[in-house]
Design a protein around this ligand. Structure first.
Ligand SMILES: NC(=O)c1ccc[n+]([C@@H]2O[C@H](COP(=O)([O-])OP(=O)(O)OC[C@H]3O[C@@H](n4cnc5c(N)ncnc54)[C@H](OP(=O)(O)O)[C@@H]3O)[C@@H](O)[C@H]2O)c1
Length: 331
């Protein structure tokens, strides 16, 4: 098969971007050692930004987004991978300026590719996708910083989103008391089902507060929101507590003071899932496939096809999704 279907975003007029399903040929793909037949991808906030024409994510259009892909190897110039092997790719330049997982084929450098870990099938790996990897990295960062189950409540912001809901599920599985901050009160039952011990309305922590410090509440936190929310979280960390910061849905900017850092010794832990070394990605994927596997992920996912992608990306961009979208490229 030298032709395949892909979702392509084009600039149809000045700053107006539109996505459609088109046919592409293998020759149009980027250079790389490994050609892969993509079975599944997933939807992440960054894909929604790329599909909207965000030049911070994607410089040149037309472009096929999709920062995640799981599939089988069609050909390989690397002795690390053999034809037919099941593999997954997340991050690096996939779906940013390299044609991504929203196409039925991708070609990528061997240094981006991970053999699918035992314990996960291709669909499950993409139900997790970059969101799961990032959630895992956040949990890992908190554990390394010394967070223990008897330390107290752990806050997760953007709790109904991909990163938030998976971070919550892993923390609950590990025995932590997890508080979910959300803008969707109607999702309370879903969040409790995945392990939230209590729910916080995100408006309570989203506004800038004039108080230099807040009551010590969180032993740790996973923040996908950024902006004033992040500083409010920092100000309410318990002595020595840490927040793993990975997102910017409220704002990439935040104003802060050093007071929580110098009076309570709190820690701001930066989390990147894109450029980190492949061995670290592999380590987290192995945990996701083993000790951190949790029940209920399938029920938190909506499976879609290429034809439903455009509408689903708009839902993600509007922050309207609960859980994850799994894109089936073979349907
Ligand atoms: N550092 C990394 O490597 C990395 C990797 C993956 C993702 N990210 C970032 O992490 C963030 C979340 O990604 P995701 O894939 O989980 O996105 P997502 O599935 O779209 O979830 C984002 C969630 O944030 C909440 N939210 C949306 N708009 C908000 C606003 N204005 N203020 C406060 N909360 C808002 C919503 O949850 P509620 O309604 O429940 O509040 C929404 O479901 C994004 O900024 C993404 O770019 C970073």
């Amino acid at each position: 098969m030298s032709h395949f279907k892909a979702f392509e975003v084009a600039e149809v007029s000045e700053k107006q971007f539109q996505g459609s399903v088109i046919e592409r040929s293998v020759e149009q793909l980027h250079e790389g050692e490994v050609l892969i037949s993509v079975h599944y991808s997933s939807l992440n906030y960054k894909d929604a930004l790329s599909a909207r024409g965000n030049r911070g994510v994607t410089r040149k259009y037309p472009h096929t987004p999709g920062i995640d892909a799981a599939g089988t190897v069609l050909s390989s110039d690397s002795d690390k991978f053999r034809v037919g092997q099941e593999v997954l790719i997340t991050g690096y330049d996939l779906g940013m300026n390299t044609a991504g997982g929203f196409g039925q084929m991708i070609r990528v450098p061997a240094t981006w590719v991970i053999a699918l870990p035992a314990g996960l099938d291709m669909a499950m790996s993409m139900r997790l996708g970059t969101a799961g990897l990032t959630a895992g990295l956040c949990v890992d960062a908190l554990l390394r910083s010394g967070l223990e189950t008897n330390s107290g409540e752990v806050l997760v912001t953007g709790a109904t989103g991909g990163v938030g809901i998976i971070a919550m599920a892993i923390l609950a599985k590990l025995g932590f008391e997890v508080v979910a901050s959300t803008g969707k009160p109607e999702a309370k039952a879903v969040l409790q089902g995945i392990g939230a011990t209590s729910i916080l309305n995100r408006n309570e922590i989203s506004e800038a507060s004039p108080k230099p410090m807040l009551r010590e509440r969180w032993a740790g936190a996973v923040d996908v929101v950024g902006g004033d929310t992040l500083f409010n979280v920092i100000k309410a960390l318990k002595y020595g507590g840490s927040v793993a910061a990975c997102g910017l849905v409220q704002s990439p900017m935040f104003q802060a003071s050093v007071l929580p850092f110098i009076l309570r010794g709190v820690n701001l832990l930066g989390v990147d899932s894109v450029e980190l070394p492949l061995a670290r990605k592999q380590d987290i994927w192995n945990k996701l496939a083993n000790d951190w596997q949790f029940d209920g992920l399938e029920q938190l996912c909506t499976e879609i096809t290429l034809d439903q992608l455009d509408a689903s990306l708009k839902t993600v961009l509007a922050g309207g999704a609960t859980g994850r979208f799994l894109l089936n490229l073979q349907a």
